[in-house]
Write a protein that binds this ligand. Sequence first.
Ligand code: ZN
Length: 351
Amino acid sequence: MRAVVIRKHGDLDVLVVEQDVPQPTIGDYDVRVEVKAVGLNYGLDTMVVRGLFGVVGKTSALLPRIPGADFAGVVTEVGSAVDNFKPGDRVLNDFTITCGDCQPCRAGRTNQCTRLNMVGVHRDGGAAEHVVLPSHKLRRIPDSLTYAEAAVIPVSFGTAWHMMVEIANVKPTDWVLVTAVGSGLGVAALQIAKLHGAHVIAAAGSDWKLERARELGADVLVNYSRESIATEALRATDGQGVNLVFDGGINQNNWLEYANCIAYGGRIVLSGTIGSDDGQLHIDIKTFYRKHIQMLGNCAYTASSLNSVIDEFEHGRLRPVVDSTFPLEQVQHAYAHLLERRAFGKVVLNV
Ligand SMILES: [Zn+2]
């Protein structure tokens, strides 16, 4: 089968389409999916490419590896013990592979699984003609969504939902600052905050992305290439500051601004370190304790958060935002488009 295979770590040129990759084998509890679309993820995928990926206690991806944490496709074969899917079903996937047995898993905090693995990182992902996963890692695609739209849901919307709703407990009285609003996480966070009745200040580095954010419901727009996030956030909130900062990838300058514009008792929820190669920040902790600020770290999502998000799509209350699609053969161009920050929303590979 055709598949993107990473055989060594490096830059985007290590993403190579091979023509005769062996078909994955299927077990009794597995489902084989003919992949139609793969959603690209800036932080997760580029860390796999560069060999930087690490969950606490985990090594980076072992090579060779087929990337692709998010995919959507049609079921072609089910194992002998599978009774919840049949050939022809349209499915998307949960990219977290959890043990189901450790203390966090038993408590429902599946993204804190002590043996957490990820599709496209620790096992082969969806950038291939076929992929095999355990049946409980698949979900039906809502009828109204295309394969490309379904392939942008799990990592971005699942994670943003978990951060915003389960971790930060967003409320209708909140002023929420969403940074990098044009990213996959940002587009999701903006919609989820609005769905919960909050006011949203959207920040991005270009005006055209901010105009798109306005169409999705953003109340206040800040172009941080020429405006101060703190000044504009304080202006929008009559000097009170924002109650919740949604940060999809730490950036030193932004964090200095957060300290100045966050309200007393505010919280900052974060996931990922796109804006800092080594994940290091220098902050004045005095501001943080004096203002009773909570910093809330998060990685991925729980199974229940993913189910909640899919339910919202089912009812048309969230919208997938697909910036562009590329054929599998143009995988390097597709990632370049994403890394050069030319996308608003998600970039998708058609397989
Ligand atoms: Zn576990």
